[in-house]
Design a protein around this ligand. Structure first.
Ligand code: URP
Ligand code: ZN
Ligand code: ZN
Length: 474
């Protein structure tokens, strides 16, 4: 089996920084050797990667992506091939995408469809959550089958999007009761979709049709309310593991923090867009450009009574928020976002970002928001543990998959459609953003997939990862 040696770098883990060389054999990590030991032991390798002055970290894990999702009258434009190549460019070596079951559809067929889309096409490893858009007797049974046999152990429900993916409180409670029996994690899109729909109709009726009204019609209070309601329902179901996705608002974070302090099995993620973007600077751009930033929950105002950005960064530091994902759901501006010209509610909801999460959260390290260790923890190690993939993923340790990102803190990255951009969209949500660091080399199960500013991977290298249960439960 081929051996690769990553020499002279600093390995970063959630618990510290160590000058280790990393020896890889085939697809797995064989040993970590103290600096100098690989020379004194005369270790040989087929390939040596010099990581002097660089950080060596477990490959990023993005636990919230939507490749090829049919949504908003169109479909997300990244295929599993383009999306996982972009992920590799961003130092991400595993994605967890959301397979889809809609009302009236069969869960097994929804999952099979996702296997068809992804199988043989991925550049890096992938796993699935299952969206349950129609909770009924059959889909509840199917949930248990997926946990027991398919390696799909988490299910996303929606308190938003009535008539599309929405579940009412009774359906949510029943799904949670099922999860309390089979051990699954319930992932929740927590926004009060019924109230939001009223506000949307009122804005449109008044002629307030620009993209920025997307945010005005989805107030942060309604994210807080739904988050609290989801937590209460999970408690009623018996402290079932609940993971609130794409959190954008202080009110929601406060509800989550309170539940966590109570000792409940409740967790949360946020995404880079909620840490950096504002209604004023992005959604309210002149003309229709704000449509690029329409996602749900929406980008919040910088003039709110809450400092949402500050609170979310603090939540990440305090482990109130466990994970940063991207909610990668890319749509082109031309013909897709443009579906909502004259009516913001017709703009497909979502932004592309799978390529930039490691970069953007590293910039948080540069800005003093997070430690290097917490960067690794929130973007790699905790995602692996939260979704049952540890220690195969999320850690640089003997026996683990050789999924590794070598990060250069001395180079810069300029993000933009004519700079660094490998996603399938016709624009970049992060146009012009400069990062004080750079993805240097990326290995996916021992295979170098990014090196010397080139993609060296291969479609079909990425394999499906069957997951276990959440590894954080009380
Ligand atoms: O706007 C978003 N978030 N689009 C993707 C679907 C979802 O709700 O996660
Ligand atoms: Zn969602
Ligand atoms: Zn999503």
């Amino acid at each position: 089996m081929a051996r690769t040696l990553i020499k002279n770098g600093t390995v970063i883990s959630p618990t510290g920084r160590h000058d280790f060389d990393v020896l890889i054999e085939g697809e797995t990590i064989l040993a970590l050797l103290e600096r100098g030991k690989s020379d004194s032991l005369s270790i040989t390798a087929d390939k040596v990667i010099d990581a002097k002055g660089k950080y060596v970290i477990p490959g990023g894990i993005d636990v919230h992506t939507h490749m090829e999702l049919p949504f908003g009258g169109t479909a997300a434009v990244d295929t599993f091939e383009t999306g996982t190549i972009a992920a590799a460019w961003g130092g991400v070596t595993t994605i967890v995408d959301m397979a889809l079951q809609r009302y009236g559809e069969n869960v097994h067929e929804g999952l099979a469809e996702w296997h068809r889309k992804a199988g043989g096409n991925c550049a890096v490893d992938y796993a699935f959550h299952q969206i349950i858009g129609g909770v009924d007797e059959q889909s509840l049974k199917d949930m248990t089958y997926l946990v027991d046999h398919e390696g799909v152990t988490s299910f996303k429900l929606f308190m938003a999007y009535p008539g599309v993916f929405y579940s009412d409180d009774g359906q949510i409670l029943r799904a949670m009761q099922t999860a309390s029996e089979n051990g699954a994690t319930i992932m929740m899109h927590a926004e009060n979709g019924i109230a939001i729909d009223v506000l949307v109709q009122q804005h449109i009726a008044r002629g307030d049709t620009d993209p920025k009204y997307h945010s005005y019609s989805r107030p942060s209070l309604l994210e807080g309310e739904a988050t609290n309601r989801a937590i209460v329902l999970s408690k009623v179901a018996g402290n079932v593991p609940l993971y609130i996705v794409h959190m954008s608002a202080s009110e929601a974070l406060n509800a989550l923090a309170e539940a966590r302090h109570e000792g409940l099995n409740v967790f949360g993620e946020t995404c880079p867009q909620y840490l950096y973007m504002t209604l004023e600077d992005h959604l309210a751009r002149p003309g229709f450009e704000g449509a690029k930033f329409v996602c749900s929950p929406p980008i919040r105002s910088k003039h709110d009574k809450h400092d949402h950005h500050g609170d979310l960064w603090k939540g990440l530091r305090m482990n109130e928020l466990a994970i940063v994902s991207t909610d990668h759901c890319p749509f082109c501006y031309k013909d897709q976002k443009e579906l909502g010209i004259g009516n913001f509610s017709k703009i497909p909801n979502g932004m592309g970002g799978v390529e930039h999460r490691m970069e953007l959260i590293y910039q948080g390290v540069v800005q003093g928001e997070l430690s290097l260790e917490r960067w690794v923890e929130t973007c790699s190690t905790t995602p692996a543990r939260m979704f049952g993939m540890y220690p195969q993923k999320g850690v640089i340790a003997p026996g683990s998959d050789a999924d590794i990102l070598v990060w250069d803190p001395n180079k810069k990255t300029k993000i933009g459609i004519n700079d660094k951009h490998h996603m399938n969209m016709d624009h970049s949500s992060w146009e012009g953003t400069v990062i004080d660091g750079k993805v240097d080399t990326v290995l996916s199960r021992g295979m170098v997939v990014i090196e010397n500013d080139k993609y060296t991977g291969r479609k079909g290298h990425g394999k499906f990862i069957k997951r276990g249960l959440c590894q954080y439960l009380n």
